[in-house]
Ligand binder design. Structure first.
Ligand code: PMP
Length: 420
C-alpha cells in the first residue's frame, strides 16, 4: 500500500483515475516518475488552457522569485497586482467595451461563486437564486446549493435553501425553449418560485456533460433577467479564458452579464486565483465586508499578466476555432466508425463531449485511453460523456495523435464485454 492509499483521505479522486506518480510537466504532456509521457486532454479540469509550464510565464515567475518579489500580500497593493489589473483592463476589458470592477476572492472557483451570490443577494435584497439542471458551481455550502448534480448533494447537508432549479437549454428536447417556462414562472406570482436576486448560468455545462446553450437561449435569458430586474451571473470558471474561442464564453452570444466569475485558467500557470467581475453600480461592498487571507497570490498575478499576452492578438482564438473544427470532425468520425455505441458528439471551441449510451463503456474507454498514455476524464450526471479539454495551444499533429489514441482505446473495449 503506498502513502496515498495509506494516508490520503478517501475523498481523493483523480489519483484513482490516473494511478501513477507524476513528476514533471511541459506543454501538452505530463511525465511520470519513470519518465513516461502522458498527453493531457484534461488540463487540470480547465486550469491549464495554455498548457503545462509555458515558457514565458515560467521565466516571468523565476525572475519574480529571484528578485524577491512579494509572494503574499493579503489584498495590499503590489506591483504584480497593479500590472495584472492594468493589463486586464487594456487587453481584455477595453477592447470589448466592458466596464467591470474586479473583486479578487479567495483563490478557488467555489470561493468566487460564493462571493458573487452573496453580493447579488445583498444588492437585490432577495434570498432566492435560480440555477439550472445539470449545473455545477462548486462544493462549498452556497455553491453546492446551486449545484444540481446529485453525486455531490446529500440529504444530511441541510444547506440547499434559497435556490430554484429550472431546466437548462435542451432539457426538454430540441423543440422546447425552456426560457418560456422561466418567463412564465417569473410572471406568475403563484408559481412557487420566489423572485430571485440572480440567475446563475454556465454557457457550456462542462461538468454536467458538455451541454452547450444556444446563443439564442442565452439572449432570451438575458432579456428575461433585464425585464424582471434580476441579475445575470455567468460562471465562466471552466469555459472562460478562451476555452470556447473568445476570451469570455458569452461573447459570441453578444450578451453582457451583470457579473462574471473566473478562476481556473485566469491564473495562467495553474496557480490559484479567482475573481468576480461586477458592473460598477453593483459594487456595493463595504470595505472589508467580504475578505479572505489568500486574495493576493502574487505569483498568480505574474503568470496571469503574462498569459494575457495571448489575447493581444486574435491568434489564439483563431487557433481554438481551427483545432476545434478538427476535434469535432475527429470525434464525428469515431462516432460513425463505432456506430454500435450510439455515441453523440457535442461541444464548441476546444471543449467537446463524446456521449456514450452505456456509462460502463465510457469508463472503460477512459481507462483504455490512460493505458495508452492519454489523460481524459468523464463527465455528465451518468458519467457517460468523455470530456475533451486539450490545451488551447495544442498543435494539429498532437491533437490528431490524441484522437488516434481515443479511437484505439474505444476499439479495444469492443473486443470484450465491459465491466462497470
Ligand atoms: N464552476 C464551474 C463551472 C466549474 O467547472 C468549477 C470546477 N470544476 C467550479 C465552479 C468550482 O471551482 P473550484 O473547483 O475551483 O472550486
Amino acid at each position: 500500500m503506498n502513502v496515498f492509499q495509506r494516508r490520503e483521505s478517501e475523498v481523493r479522486s483523480y489519483v484513482r483515475s490516473f494511478p501513477v506518480v507524476f513528476e514533471r510537466a511541459s506543454g501538452c504532456h505530463l511525465y511520470d516518475r519513470e519518465g513516461r509521457a502522458y498527453l493531457d486532454f484534461f488540463c487540470g479540469a480547465g486550469a491549464l488552457n495554455y498548457g503545462h509550464n509555458p515558457d514565458g510565464m515560467k521565466q516571468a515567475l523565476i525572475r519574480y522569485l529571484q528578485e524577491d518579489g512579494v509572494a503574499h500580500s493579503l489584498d495590499m497593493a503590489t506591483v504584480a497586482k497593479q500590472r495584472f489589473l492594468e493589463r486586464f483592463e487594456s487587453v481584455i476589458l477595453q477592447p470589448r467595451r466592458l466596464d467591470y470592477k474586479v473583486q479578487f476572492t479567495a483563490p478557488t472557483g467555489t470561493n468566487a461563486v460564493e462571493a458573487a451570490l452573496k453580493l447579488a443577494r445583498k444588492v437585490k435584497g432577495r434570498g432566492n437564486v435560480i440555477a439550472f439542471s445539470q449545473g455545477y458551481h462548486g462544493l462549498s455550502a452556497g455553491a453546492l446549493a446551486i449545484t444540481a448534480n446529485q453525486h455531490y448533494r446529500h440529504e444530511s447537508w441541510i444547506n440547499r435553501l434559497n435556490v430554484s432549479f429550472l431546466p437548462y437549454d435542451g432539457y426538454l428536447g430540441a423543440g422546447v425553449n425552456t426560457i418560456d417556462y422561466l418567463r412564465k414562472t417569473l410572471e406568475d406570482t403563484s408559481s412557487g418560485v420566489d423572485k430571485p436576486a440572480a440567475v446563475i448560468v454556465e454557457t457550456v455545462q462542462a461538468e454536467g456533460g458538455v451541454n452547450v446553450a444556444a446563443k439564442r437561449w442565452l439572449q432570451d435569458l438575458a432579456a428575461v433577467c433585464r425585464d424582471h430586474d434580476i441579475l445575470l451571473l455567468v460562471d465562466d470558471i471552466q469555459v472562460g479564458c478562451g476555452r470556447t474561442g473568445p476570451f469570455f464564453s458569452f461573447e459570441s452570444a453578444g450578451i453582457v452579464p451583470d457579473m462574471v466569475i473566473l478562476s481556473k485558467s485566469i491564473g495562467g500557470y495553474g496557480l490559484p486565483m479567482a475573481l468576480v467581475l461586477l458592473r460598477p453600480e453593483l459594487d456595493q461592498w463595504k470595505p472589508g465586508e467580504h475578505t479572505g487571507t489568500f486574495r493576493g497570490n502574487n505569483l498568480a498575478f505574474v503568470a496571469a499578466s503574462e498569459a494575457l499576452r495571448h489575447w493581444e492578438t486574435p491568434d489564439l482564438a483563431a487557433a481554438v476555432a481551427a483545432r476545434g473544427r478538427e476535434l469535432e470532425a475527429g470525434l464525428r468520425a469515431i462516432a460513425a466508425e463505432f456506430s454500435e455505441l450510439g455515441a453523440k458528439v457535442r461541444g464548441t471551441g476546444l471543449i467537446y463531449g463524446l456521449e456514450f449510451a452505456d456509462p460502463a463503456r465510457c469508463a472503460a474507454s477512459a481507462r483504455a485511453a490512460f493505458a495508452r498514455s492519454l489523460i481524459i476524464e468523464v463527465c455528465g450526471s451518468r458519467k457517460n460523456v468523455l470530456k475533451f479539454l486539450p490545451p488551447l495551444v495544442i498543435d494539429a499533429a498532437t491533437l490528431a495523435r490524441g484522437l488516434g489514441l481515443v479511437r484505439e482505446a474505444i476499439q479495444s473495449t469492443l473486443a470484450a464485454p465491459v465491466s462497470p
